[in-house]
Write a protein of this length. Structure first.
Length: 490
């Protein structure tokens, strides 16, 4: 791993994770600068041909596409575009997501199909490398024509408008000896067209979702021992005949975590376990498959050209199309939302069974029930969060509202899908944290020395922060501490 990202190298989920975790800088290499310059030179040549008309370059935008703009107004046109489209509202986007927006925008422009100048891309890299993060708002994108409003806010500081952090961008630029840039033809359109708001939230959510998927297996293994479950549902034979990759991998992982568990290998009174335990491979595995599919789609997108129009120098073509349309991202964000929500749904069911007073465990996992309510109410919280996730899983991608006077008559609502997705992922982390808290309490009523080495290691980590609950006490703080444990890598 290096301390810098070469923008000409393909971006992957792993490289994006390293970028965020290690605060990496970005380098634009010679090849990228040459590709950018070649495209810009071609564009300037084409627009100087008498009578040439190109959408968004020397015409208006959206439903104003048939309005031609005089050559003397082309620079003003691009600045007007950024200012008029900066219409975001609501909460501000977290810095880590803004960093990803910058990285993905730099990557897209560096591929050499957008017509921008080298100085423009280099200044975006300066913002990223110096930690100058523009103020961007969450609400305002329809996910078609790109993420217009959030990308306008992201790029306004290039021309000395908008804010960097909470300060006027012109003040910040002056402090760093930068002058505002003058945008050339098409540059404003290239900057605000694109899917970088959606992909930034998508990759950010995917990274967290994949971590939670790993934690879900680890915590489920703990619950299996605590509920005195059978090991046969995890034997490889049953999963191999179904041929589902995620299911096979999950069963293998659970078996590995419990391989030396005397609790799992002991004699059982129950012939069969509830679905929430017995079907862990089938449910967790299905989410694994969703994660893999979504990773492919999102990774393709962060390495793609998504502005409009696109310039193909070798083919002598400038094509106005629709690569900014976020339908593929919207659909897969909704897909991932449903997939990750199911990890929370089945987790809550295991919590419920652990506190139910079955299989030798005391009701609500307290030594003195009645006087003490024990773990009764953490399950209420889990149920509340799971219910909220079910509501949030209503697909955003099935909605569309006509915009731009009918010219943009079908939009993806991909940005809304992403904003729902991150809420769902964060909610699942809360539910899994409650299961971890509950399962550790439940195992204390077994012989912990007979649990697997993996479980004992995890219990030790938990007990460094959270004690065994003997009597009623404020639980919210311990639930929060359990959630913080899930912020670490599995």
């Amino acid at each position: 791993m290096t301390s810098r990202i070469n923008i000409s190298e393909p971006l992957t989920l792993e490289s994006v994770s390293d970028f965020l975790a290690n605060n990496q800088k970005v380098d634009i290499d010679k090849n990228a600068f040459e590709a950018i310059q070649k495209c810009n030179d071609y564009l300037m040549q084409k627009i100087n041909v008498p009578g040439s008309v190109f959408y968004g370059i020397n015409t208006g935008f959206g439903s104003l596409c048939d309005t031609q703009i005089s050559s003397g107004d082309l620079i003003k046109l691009q600045e007007n575009l950024l200012m008029s489209h900066a219409c975001g509202m609501g909460e501000t986007v977290p810095d880590d997501v803004v960093k990803l927006m910058l990285l993905f925008k730099i990557k897209s422009l560096s591929l050499g199909y957008s017509g921008v100048k080298n100085d423009t891309v280099a200044r975006l890299a300066d913002f990223l490398n110096l930690g100058l993060y523009p103020l961007v708002y969450k609400q305002g994108s329809l996910g078609a024509s790109g993420d217009l409003a959030p990308l306008a806010h992201l790029c306004l500081p290039l021309i000395g408008k908008g804010k960097i952090g909470n300060k006027p961008s012109l003040e910040v630029l002056t402090n760093h000896n930068f002058n505002p840039l003058t945008l050339g033809p098409k540059e404003g359109l290239a900057l605000i067209n694109g899917t970088q708001f959606m992909t930034a939230y998508g990759m950010y959510s995917l990274l967290l979702a994949k971590k939670l998927s790993r934690w879900a297996d680890r915590i489920a293994a703990l619950s299996l021992e605590a509920f005195d479950c059978r090991k046969e549902p995890f034997f490889p034979q049953i999963h191999e005949v179904r041929k589902q990759k995620g299911q096979i991998e999950t069963a293998k992982n659970i078996s590995s975590l419990l391989t030396d568990s005397h609790l799992m290998n002991g004699e059982k009174k129950s012939v069969q376990d509830p679905y929430s335990f017995r079907c862990i491979p089938q449910v967790h595995g299905a989410t694994r498959d969703v994660l893999e599919q979504v990773e492919t789609i999102f990774t393709n997108e962060i390495n793609a050209v998504t502005d409009n129009p696109n310039i193909f120098v070798e083919d002598d073509l400038i094509i106005s199309g629709g690569n900014f349309h976020g339908q593929v991202l919207a659909l897969h964000a909704d897909f991932l939302a449903i997939g990750i929500a199911e990890l929370g749904s089945i987790s809550e069911r295991r919590i419920y069974k652990l506190i139910s007073g079955e299989r030798g465990l005391p009701v609500f996992l307290t030594p003195n029930p009645g006087l003490n309510s024990g773990f009764m109410i953490p399950q209420y919280t889990a149920a509340s969060v799971v219910s909220l996730n079910k509501q949030l899983c209503t697909p955003a991608s099935v909605d569309s509202i006509v915009s731009s006077n009918g010219q943009e008559d079908h939009v993806s609502m991909g940005a809304n899908a992403m904003l729902k997705l991150i809420r769902i992922v964060e909610n699942v982390r809360k539910v899994l944290a409650i299961e971890l808290f509950t399962a550790c309490q439940a195992l204390e009523f077994r012989d912990i020395t007979k649990s697997s080495s993996a479980s004992q290691k995890l219990i030790k980590t938990v007990r460094e922060k959270i004690p065994f609950i003997k009597e009623d006490i404020e639980m919210a703080g311990f639930m929060k501490l359990s959630e913080e444990i899930l912020d670490s890598e599995v």
